[in-house]
Write a protein that binds this ligand. Structure first.
Ligand code: ZN
Ligand code: ZN
Length: 367
């Protein structure tokens, strides 16, 4: 535990400069900045921003899994992300191991339970209906009630094969029985995206909604499908889930032009797309949204308060006296940076975000 440290002259995204006093890992005071040098003793530079700890709602955190896996802290605290949510790497067979491993990480970890008990041990995990084992799902949810925040179903052709929409219908039943929302991965048809959207209810998440595949949520004229607008109206949540194949600048531009606001920005990060792109890091992804013309405020909200609200954990989404310090420090740099989407398209940013560190679990960790 760091005793009695003061982080001086940090900017909030609203422009306010503050000093944050932390004692035994708790925020004991927040005061207007003392015009001191800033927290130079910790970061070797001044002028940094602070927000509540970033939350990544879609990652793959099982280190042994190839291709969809990585180390928790590599995709967490070392990237400025204090909370990650594993998006269905594990089904009932392996969720216990993920839970146990998460206790060793500096990053806070939650999970979506894959409705297929084999999880991502195969990448066609919903191609056989016997892998959706009702009793195994119910038992896992009962056993890890705090850890499991939702159910994951990957509803695209390569995963469901001939089962088409049936796995989503089974997921819907499991969702009402467990009272847990669904995170639904969308991609190539069948099933048709309109059939998928029609089955989603308030609090469910569509991840990969900005993908550039033919079966996406915009029509050929770039207008949002009526089924998408109806889903948003019902309270369905939109999540980016960039990944290797699921983020297109062109689709994101359509969404922005149609006035579809940001809910959560998540990476769908795993080792390969972290090391070789196109994801690289949460900072890189957030910079893509700045480049698209969203404000710093909107972008940071999408990885802090918006994600915390979805998780029903408002304490993770603010900087509040009397609460545990859960903070991310970052710089807003000027300069050209080439940004790459999943379709191989490039945009050149003239400013970008760089994560500098976090304060979590009573410790300051620099990136
Ligand atoms: Zn996916
Ligand atoms: Zn994923």
């Amino acid at each position: 535990m760091n005793k009695g440290i003061v982080l001086r002259n940090l900017k909030q995204v609203n422009g306010e400069a503050i000093d944050i006093h932390i004692d035994d890992g708790m925020i004991t005071d927040i005061i207007p900045a003392s015009k001191d040098q800033g927290a130079k003793e910790y970061f070797n530079e001044t002028g940094l921003y602070v927000s509540s700890g970033w939350i990544d709602l879609h990652v793959h955190a099982v280190s042994e899994f190839d291709p969809y896996g990585d180390d928790m802290d590599e995709i967490g605290v070392k990237q400025g992300v204090t909370t990650i949510v594993d998006a269905g790497s594990c089904g009932a067979d392996r969720i216990g191991t993920l839970f146990t491993d998460s206790a060793q990480a500096m990053t806070k970890v939650f999970a979506f339970l894959n409705i297929s008990h084999i999880g991502l041990q195969r990448i066609d995990e919903l191609s056989r209906l016997e892998w959706i084992d009702h009793d195994k799902v119910i038992k896992a949810v009962q056993r890890y009630p705090e850890f499991i925040v939702g159910l994951k179903a990957r509803i695209s052709q390569s995963v469901v094969k001939e089962n088409r929409i049936i796995p989503l219908k089974l997921a819907r039943q499991l969702s009402s029985e467990t009272k847990l929302p669904l995170m639904v991965h969308i991609g190539s048809a069948p099933p048709d995206i309109r059939e998928v959207l029609a089955l989603l209810v308030r609090k469910d998440i569509v991840t990969h909604y900005l993908n550039g595949k033919p079966n996406h949520v915009f029509d050929q004229h770039g207008k949002p499908l009526p089924e998408l607008l109806a889903a948003i109206e019902r309270g369905v949540h939109l999540d980016v889930g960039h990944g290797n194949a699921s983020f297109s600048f062109q689709t994101a531009e359509k969404a922005k032009a149609a006035g579809i606001g940001l809910n959560t920005i998540s990476t769908d990060i795993y080792r390969r797309n972290r090391l070789h792109g196109p994801v690289y890091s949460m900072s890189n992804l957030l910079s893509k949204f700045l480049c698209l013309g969203y404000s710093l405020d909107e972008v940071i909200e999408a990885v802090t308060s918006q994600a915390a609200a979805w998780l029903n954990k408002p304490e993770l989404g603010g900087i509040v006296v009397g609460q545990k310090a859960n903070l991310t420090f970052f710089a807003l740099r000027s300069g050209r940076l080439a940004l790459l989407d999943s379709e191989g398209e490039e945009r050149i940013a003239d400013h970008y975000i760089e994560a500098k560190g976090v304060f979590t679990n009573g410790a300051l960790i620099t990136c």
